[in-house]
Design a protein around this ligand. Structure first.
Ligand SMILES: CC(C)(COP(=O)(O)OP(=O)(O)OC[C@H]1O[C@@H](n2cnc3c(N)ncnc32)[C@H](O)[C@@H]1OP(=O)(O)O)[C@@H](O)C(=O)NCCC(=O)NCCS
Length: 174
């Protein structure tokens, strides 16, 4: 189990810890309440995802929010064996928003993916999700529009892509 301590230097000056958690953790009840769909997927024996749950707490141990990232091989094509992450969900409890918790969770999830050798992490965000788009923009991430105008019921979202900053170094030389 890994643990990150991230002191937020913003106006709330709250100390945020983010760590990976599981059913044995104190934060698990909060995670189940906040990210119920991902918990169900992770418990499904037919689901091949490798889900990692992260929980954020303040200095008193209070649960603030969580996220879940699936890290594994890309699965097909010439890059089938390459590791990729998919951020399945991220949510901060409403009364704790705008204090840096979402950013701390996201940074920790990306760090975990890089530690495990992922070259990129992606996920989707709805066009209407102003807070999510603002958070990802604040980290300088790339947005790819996913609307297909020819589809019968076009789904409007962006795919957000974060690239491993050390990817060039880890690939080695031929
Ligand atoms: C999106 C979400 C996770 C952000 O969490 P958060 O803890 O409030 O975000 P942070 O405080 O870390 O925000 C970091 C930066 O993102 C931007 N941001 C976040 N929420 C914002 C909002 N509502 N309006 C404008 N900017 C916002 C700001 O730049 C902010 O930095 P600042 O506060 O120093 O200005 C949270 O709003 C949430 O849980 N939403 C519901 C679930 C959801 O939509 N998840 C995303 C699915 S793709």
């Amino acid at each position: 189990m890994i643990k990150y301590h991230l002191a937020h230097a913003g106006r709330w000056a709250v100390d945020i810890s983010v760590r990976t958690v599981g059913p044995e953790s104190d934060e698990w009840g909060g995670v189940v309440k906040l990210l119920p769909r991902a918990v169900v997927w992770s418990e499904d024996p037919n689901d091949t995802g490798d889900y990692h749950f992260l929980a954020a707490t303040d200095e008193t141990g209070r649960f603030l929010g969580g996220c879940v990232i699936d890290i594994g091989p890309m699965g097909f094509g010439p890059l089938a064996e390459e590791t990729i992450g998919f951020l399945e969900d991220i949510e901060v409890i409403e009364e704790h928003r705008r204090r840096g918790v979402g950013r701390a969770l996201l940074r920790s999830a990306l760090d975990l993916a890089w530690e495990r050798g992922a070259r990129s992490v992606r996920w989707t965000v709805d066009y209407g999700n102003a807070a999510g788009i603002a958070l990802y923009s604040s980290l300088g991430l790339a947005f790819v529009p996913e609307e297909d105008p020819d589809a019968e019921h076009p789904e409007k979202c962006y795919t957000v892509v974060a690239a491993n900053p050390a990817a060039e170094d880890t690939r080695g030389t031929p």
